[in-house]
Design a protein around this ligand. Structure first.
Ligand code: E4P
Length: 234
């Protein structure tokens, strides 16, 4: 029996899709925040390097600056690849600010670390996920977010948004609370496809978020409204 028939739609679709920005650039984070629709930020070591931030102390300061701009979750990724190092680093990162989510790679040590942090009530983002099996392990370990990389799968002719759809269906079927955070979003179309696939969050470059605004009928419609106003009002 399909029980969803007896549940009002407003209960099923109560949570909205969240937008994170995928950058460590403070100006871009501020611009997305000022748009009024930003729910969080994801970073990774490549994005931090792109901003030229060197050394642990500077990196930690940078994470705090990001947290001071955004009133939402900020993923900060560990560099360690062994369990003990991940736990030590993750605890340092989590202590920086209440908004920090510890980002851990989907490896055996990473999954163990996710489990450890779940036990301590520290939120995690299990990253570098490319298969439904990896997403299952992340959820079983208690990850807060799982990050399947849509664009990188598309790059090798696989179906990135298809993976998002499969993971959403699997989590719903088994009742996992882990949120599906669609990552490696390259353009606006990816955002639309991920929301249709039921992703809880899309983390996107600023240009892809702003691309959602673009429609030629909005531009021509606004031009016509203003033209008509000025024709009558001078
Ligand atoms: C997000 O958490 C990922 O680090 C990021 O989206 C990767 O994106 P890329 O494939 O464009 O590098």
């Amino acid at each position: 029996m399909d029980i969803t028939k007896f549940i009002p739609l407003w209960i099923i679709y109560l949570s909205d899709m969240k937008f994170f920005i995928d950058t460590a650039n403070l100006d871009q984070i501020r611009e997305a925040h000022d748009l009024g629709v930003l729910d969080g930020v994801t970073t990774n070591p490549s994005l931090m390097a792109k901003e030229g931030i060197k050394g642990t102390e500077n990196q930690y300061k940078h994470y705090v600056e990001i947290c001071n701009i955004v009133n939402g979750d900020v993923s900060a990724e560990v560099i360690s690849t062994d369990y003990d190092g991940m736990v030590r680093e993750g605890e340092e990162l989590a202590a920086l600010n209440e908004h920090i989510v510890v980002k851990l790679p989907c490896t055996a040590d990473g999954i163990r670390a996710v489990k450890y942090f779940a036990g301590k009530g520290i939120r995690t983002n299990c990253t570098l996920v490319f298969s439904i099996g990896q997403a299952l392990l992340a959820a079983k370990a208690g990850a807060t977010y799982v990050s399947p990389f849509v664009g990188r799968l598309d790059d090798i002719s696989e179906d990135g948004t298809g993976l998002i759809r499969d993971i959403v269906e699997m989590y719903n079927y088994y009742g996992y609370n882990t949120m599906v955070l669609a990552a490696s979003i390259r353009h606006t179309r990816h955002i639309i496809d991920c929301l249709k696939a039921g992703a809880d969050v899309a983390t996107c470059p600023l240009a892809a978020i702003k691309g959602l605004l673009n429609h030629p009928l909005t531009d021509s419609g606004l031009a016509r409204f203003l033209e008509d106003y000025h024709r009558v009002n001078g």
